[in-house]
Design a protein around this ligand. Structure first.
Ligand code: 1CP
Length: 340
């Protein structure tokens, strides 16, 4: 198996280049994905193990990434809890009815999660037989999952979520605790099925001020990590978390994943050499010319040159409008290493 990614997670990659994989590497920017998507709903695609196995491999075949990420979505845990989840073209995720107050929590249940999510176990077991790169499992952190359940859809400001959080801290915590319980079961299912690493996505935790970030983000990463039955490397990702990198590193995850609003070298100075750093190319670079992609990626490579704990990635997911050739150019640039 190609171990570049796992070596880097152990801060022990001494080869000539960093490993590369991209958040949302499977998805709508790929024609192979769109062809399947024309025949199936997104939920069907995430629930049918054969489709999950196929879609997880699509970007590996097309670009030769150094790690696979399970094709799934963070909101499947909300669905398994009993929320009515749908995905509509152009609108993204919809949860209807939304969870508006502590009273609504009673419609949710964290029982039988491993049974409800057994499709993921089947898919992971199958993928582990086939893949020649490590497989990353993942989950959403409770705050981000709760925000979709409360807002009912993608939101630009998370006002309903934050109003509830400030007005009724006990009820809000009850919801986060329930999501945590389900998520721990889901993570253990993935770990038992054989994933090589776990990434925790708390995409919207950047909406929190520091006291709330401690209470509703950091404390819950700790609960998730403590709930894992086996010691699998964990990567923590939240957007805009450069300023909180020291606090993320203090939880001693294997890695932290950073967006493009911070300087990776400066973060390395702050957090020391024992935590892997992943990121942080601006995904919009992929909308520019091959020469610009090479220049911007080359610059980041040079900044992180020789760092045994560096994993090349974007600062957030690939967007659907990215040309496939841009991803090819990017991966070729990383594979050529620092002399590009
Ligand atoms: O219509 C379609 O075909 C669905 C598009 C799509 C895809 C391809 C969605 C809906 N989710 C996914 C896959 C997905 N989501 C993966 C797959 C693995 C990979 O290749 O990376 C992962 C890891 C996620 C995680 C995810 N889902 C996050 C966290 C990471 C991030 O990007 O911030 C979030 C916030 C979601 C919610 C979600 N699901 C789908 C969309 C379009 C969204 C985001 C909506 C929003 O911006 O609010």
């Amino acid at each position: 198996m190609n171990r570049l990614f796992l070596d880097a997670l152990e801060c022990n990659n001494h080869s000539s280049r960093p490993p590369v994989w991209l958040m949302r590497q499977a998805g709508r920017y790929m024609p192979e994905y769109r062809a399947l998507r024309a025949k199936h709903s997104f939920l069907e695609m995430t629930h049918q193990p054969e489709l999950v196995v196929e879609i997880t491999q699509q970007p590996l075949r097309a670009f030769g990434f150094d790690a696979a990420i399970l094709f799934s979505d963070i909101l499947l845990v909300a669905e398994a809890l009993g929320a009515n989840l749908q995905f509509e073209d152009g609108l993204g995720p919809l949860i209807n009815p939304s969870i508006s107050s502590a009273r609504d929590i009673s419609i949710l249940s964290a029982s039988e999660i491993p049974h409800k999510m057994r499709f993921a176990k089947t898919a992971i077991e199958e993928l582990k037989k086939i893949l020649r790169v490590p497989l990353i499992g993942f989950c959403g952190a409770p705050f981000t999952v709760a925000s979709y359940m409360i807002e009912g859809r993608s939101s630009k400001d998370l006002k309903k979520t934050k109003r509830w959080m400030f007005e009724d801290a006990d009820g809000f915590k009850q919801l986060l605790d329930l999501i945590t319980q389900a998520t721990v079961d889901y993570l253990n299912l993935q770990i038992e099925a054989g994933v090589d690493a776990i990434q925790i996505f708390d995409t919207w935790a950047n909406f929190l001020g520091y006291p709330q970030f401690q209470r509703y983000a950091l404390a819950y990463y700790q609960k998730l990590m403590q709930g894992m039955k086996k010691n699998v490397p964990v990567i923590l990702f939240c957007k805009g978390s450069g300023g909180y990198a020291h606090a993320l590193a203090a939880l001693k995850p294997a890695g932290i994943s950073l967006d493009w609003s911070c300087d990776m070298c400066a973060i390395r100075q702050q957090v020391g050499s024992k935590v892997a750093l992943q990121g942080n190319l601006d995904p919009d670079v992929l909308l520019s010319s091959p020469a610009t992609i090479q220049k911007e990626a080359g610059h980041l490579l040079q900044r992180m040159q020789g760092d045994p704990g560096y994993i090349f990635n974007l600062g957030h997911g690939i967007t659907p409008d990215v040309p496939v050739d841009s991803v090819k150019t990017l991966v070729e640039t990383i594979r050529r290493g620092n002399d590009s």
